[in-house]
Design a protein around this ligand. Structure first.
Ligand SMILES: *Cc1c(COP(=O)(O)O)cnc(C)c1O
Length: 389
């Protein structure tokens, strides 16, 4: 729609880079383009940028700089943890994950399962919470790893990771959390969580795409996914992505500085959106935990509507939302996250995820509230047969 500014309510999929991030990336590409491993001045300049970023990312997590391993994103960080298990620790053991992990964790665990590992997938309740006692019950002798995400990408439910870690550590397991959705949105402190590994991705908190980090508790085992040079203390070979890391560092610094303020702002807008939708539309169900939820996320099922159709109509109106996760939308399979939460196929099909970002405005929320009821009413005039039950 020419002339109509587009509204972006899909910050769970990715976020716009902050201007200071863009500037840091630009600077690294133009002035500090040396190889961070080189001994000369150009190298030290790039290395200084990388080490500054490492300090900032560590500070955001309450960890130590030498515990940060830069990666190409959370997918790589998660794969590193799982692939690493198959290496130095010898024969196949047991892994416990939740049923609602991101596909990169689910598929990494499945790959180990195919090579003889036992994978237990702990279920969730109807709000998407993983029960720590269920994880405890799933722990057999010699469980190598427990991996439960800090917050779910589709519904935003925040998991009791600290409690789970306590139980898992007592049983001698290592604990990983995919904190990709949580970092930059809620306080994340590795000490309070009590985990051994934590994954994050810059582009989910106003950093660049293609860069992230794995935090590895000092002393915890880690095997490199990529072998080659001795970058990152031998934990991740390959010439460092200095521009990306520079951008990640600035994003981490901004996230730490603005966390509470941004969370309040985003939560206020999200709640305004939810209240506005509820006042204009009947036949709605909230997916996810009503309270223990990221401030950004609002996942709702619309009776008699296919989420996919609603998403497309909103897109035509200049409003970007999503159904399920970006990685699985486009496939017509019901969301495995919603299915694990006990949603039937009809409710899962009617789900739409709105995710508010730090640059969202009240005027944008009000425009969405204004156009949504008309689109919903229009779509409900001719609901697809399978939704009528
Ligand atoms: C986005 C996301 C990932 C993947 O991160 P990339 O850096 O894009 O590979 C992993 N886990 C969760 C929970 C995510 O939201």
């Amino acid at each position: 729609m020419a002339g109509t500014p587009r509204i972006y309510l899909d910050s769970a999929a990715t976020t716009p880079p902050a201007p200071a991030v863009v500037e840091a990336v630009r600077e690294a590409l133009t002035d500090s383009w040396g190889n961070a491993s080189s001994a000369h001045a150009a190298g030290s300049r790039a290395r200084r940028i990388v080490e500054e970023a490492r300090v900032k990312v560590a500070a955001l997590l309450g960890g130590r700089p030498d515990e940060i391993v830069f990666t190409s994103g959370a997918t790589e960080a998660n794969n590193t943890v799982f692939v690493g298990l198959a290496g130095p620790r010898g024969r196949p053991g047991r892994i416990v994950i939740s049923a609602i992990e991101h596909p990169c964790v689910i598929e990494s665990a499945a790959a180990l399962e195919r090579s003889g590992w036992t994978v237990v997938r702990a279920g969730v309740d109807e709000t998407g919470i993983v029960d720590p006692d269920a994880v405890g019950a799933a722990l057999g002798k010699r469980t190598a790893l427990v991996s439960v995400m800090l917050a779910n990408n589709e519904v935003g439910t925040i998991e009791p990771v600290a409690e789970i870690a306590k139980i898992a550590k007592a049983a001698g397991a290592f604990v990983h959390t995919d904190a990709t959705q949580a970092v930059g949105r809620i306080p994340v402190d590795v000490g309070a969580l009590g985990v051994d590994y934590l994954s994050l991705s810059a582009h989910k908190f106003n950093g660049p795409k293609g860069v992230g980090a794995l935090w590895v508790r000092r002393g915890a085992a880690i095997a490199p996914l990529f072998r080659g040079g001795s970058q990152e203390g031998g934990r991740r070979a390959g010439t460092l992505n200095v521009p990306g890391i520079a951008g990640l560092g600035v994003a981490a610094e901004l996230a730490k500085k603005n966390l509470a303020e941004t969370a309040d702002l985003v939560r206020g807008l999200r709640d305004r959106l939810e209240a506005g939708i509820r006042s204009g539309v009947q036949g709605l169900r909230l997916n996810g935990h009503p309270v223990l939820r990221l401030p950004s996320h609002l996942n709702m099922s619309f009776d008699l509507i296919e989420g996919e159709a609603l998403m497309m109509r909103l897109d035509l109106a200049g409003i970007a939302v999503s159904t399920g996760s970006a990685c699985s939308s486009g496939s017509r399979e019901p969301s495995y996250v919603l299915t694990a939460m006990g949603c039937d196929a009809v409710r899962a099909a009617g789900a739409v995820r709105f995710s508010v970002g730090s640059t969202t405005t009240e005027a944008e929320i009000d425009r969405v509230i204004g156009v949504l009821p008309g689109i919903v009413a229009d779509l409900r005039k001719a609901p697809p047969a399978f939704l009528k039950g």
